[in-house]
Design a protein around this ligand. Structure first.
Ligand SMILES: [Zn+2]
Length: 363
């Protein structure tokens, strides 16, 4: 199937729920569903049952596990029609500056909370595994967070430091980015920035480009070569004797676009959920040479392997957007027992009259 589909073509090609379900099944298990297997035991001895359920039910002949196309994927336990999922994937995958939860809610006729959860689940399918890069690599850091009144311009206590490690494009290969938020316990110093550099690069094969920040000096010494430009002295690009262009303009440009998405589309991103937005942005940056449809389909193919993000806490190991259990899981408060009024006297109670049987006087 051709990767690039416009939203109009999408609605024509997948006019009903059955076609959307078939699309997700084909993406997960391949055309003709030949790779269909049990998510619990991995057996390929599975069969599709004919039921009147919303999603077709599959049965494993080995372990008896019953599953659907969404089981064990980022779409697990979804109550939404898969057509809405399909549209949401294409809206987020095809947007250059991201899609806000509110816009998603209006477009798909769902509540804002559902749309927000949906957006994060799709973002989790866009997560790239950590990889090590070599070649010419730029690194830089920025601060994301709003302005505060009555404090100086350099006030950063309400902001989150974000570091990016960008491999520059060459004539043959496309440059890639890996961006991470530093958590509040980490200081922006040589130890932290250096640790991230060691995780994501191979220093002996990497030429590092940074700005004049002193924290890069110590980690930079372990690299094959380390070039710095001094932004404070208004030095932005320098041709060095070994033929390398010393600059961090790729990283600066990347941050410029990232901040446009955060300020212009989302307006506010919390500390807790920022990493997932960064991953969406990295994914789009790293697939910028393919068309929107191909990028979206590639993300949709990962639904089975991506990490699940649940709205409420379910079990350890699964990311939850809210740090509390489902409201319905809370123990119900017992109603206090009504006290029997204390009788004043100990006189025996008058016996209650039972129902009268027989003819009454009215008749
Ligand atoms: Zn099984």
């Amino acid at each position: 199937m051709r990767g690039d589909l416009s939203l109009f073509e999408l609605t024509e090609r997948f006019p009903d729920e059955a076609s959307a379900i078939a699309r997700f099944e084909a993406l997960r298990w391949g055309d003709d569903l030949k790779d269909a297997h049990c998510p619990k035991c991995g057996s390929v001895d599975v069969a599709k049952w004919k039921t009147k359920r919303r999603l077709p039910l599959w049965n494993c002949h080995d372990c008896g596990h019953q599953f659907t196309v969404t089981s064990g994927t980022v779409m697990d336990h979804t109550m939404l029609p898969l057509r809405k999922w399909l549209l949401a994937f294409h809206l987020i995958g095809g947007s250059k500056k991201g899609v806000s939860a509110r816009y998603l809610a209006r477009t798909l006729s769902v509540t804002p909370k559902t749309a927000w959860h949906l957006g994060h689940r799709i973002r989790s399918a866009m997560t790239d595994p950590d990889k090590k890069v070599t070649g010419i690599v730029e690194t830089d850091e920025t601060y994301i967070g709003g302005k505060r009144k009555h404090v100086g311009k350099g006030y950063r206590k309400n902001k989150i430091a974000v570091q990016t490690i960008i491999k520059r494009s060459t004539q043959r290969t496309l440059g890639t980015s890996q961006t991470m938020a530093l958590n509040s316990a980490e200081n922006v110093d040589g130890r932290t920035l250096g640790a991230k550099l060691r995780t994501h690069t191979i220093p002996s094969k990497t030429i590092l480009m940074t700005d004049e920040l002193a924290a890069y000096e110590a980690p930079g010494s372990h690299f094959k070569d380390h070039h710095t430009v001094n932004h404070k002295k208004e030095e932005y690009v320098r041709q060095d004797g070994d033929g390398h262009l010393a600059h961090t303009n790729t990283a600066e440009g990347f941050f410029g676009n990232l901040k446009r998405q955060i300020h212009g589309t989302h307006h506010h991103v919390s500390k807790k959920h920022l990493p997932r937005y960064l991953e969406e942005f990295d994914y789009k940056y790293n697939t910028r040479d393919v068309d929107d449809g191909t990028r979206t389909v590639a993300a949709m193919k990962r639904i089975g392997t991506a990490k699940r993000v649940t709205l409420y806490k379910t079990k350890p190991g699964v990311d939850s957007l809210f740090d509390r259990s489902r409201p319905s899981d809370k123990p119900k408060r017992k109603r206090p027992k009504a006290r029997r009024p204390v009788r004043k006297s100990r006189r025996p109670r008058p016996r209650k009259r039972g129902p009268r049987y027989g003819p009454t006087h009215d008749e």
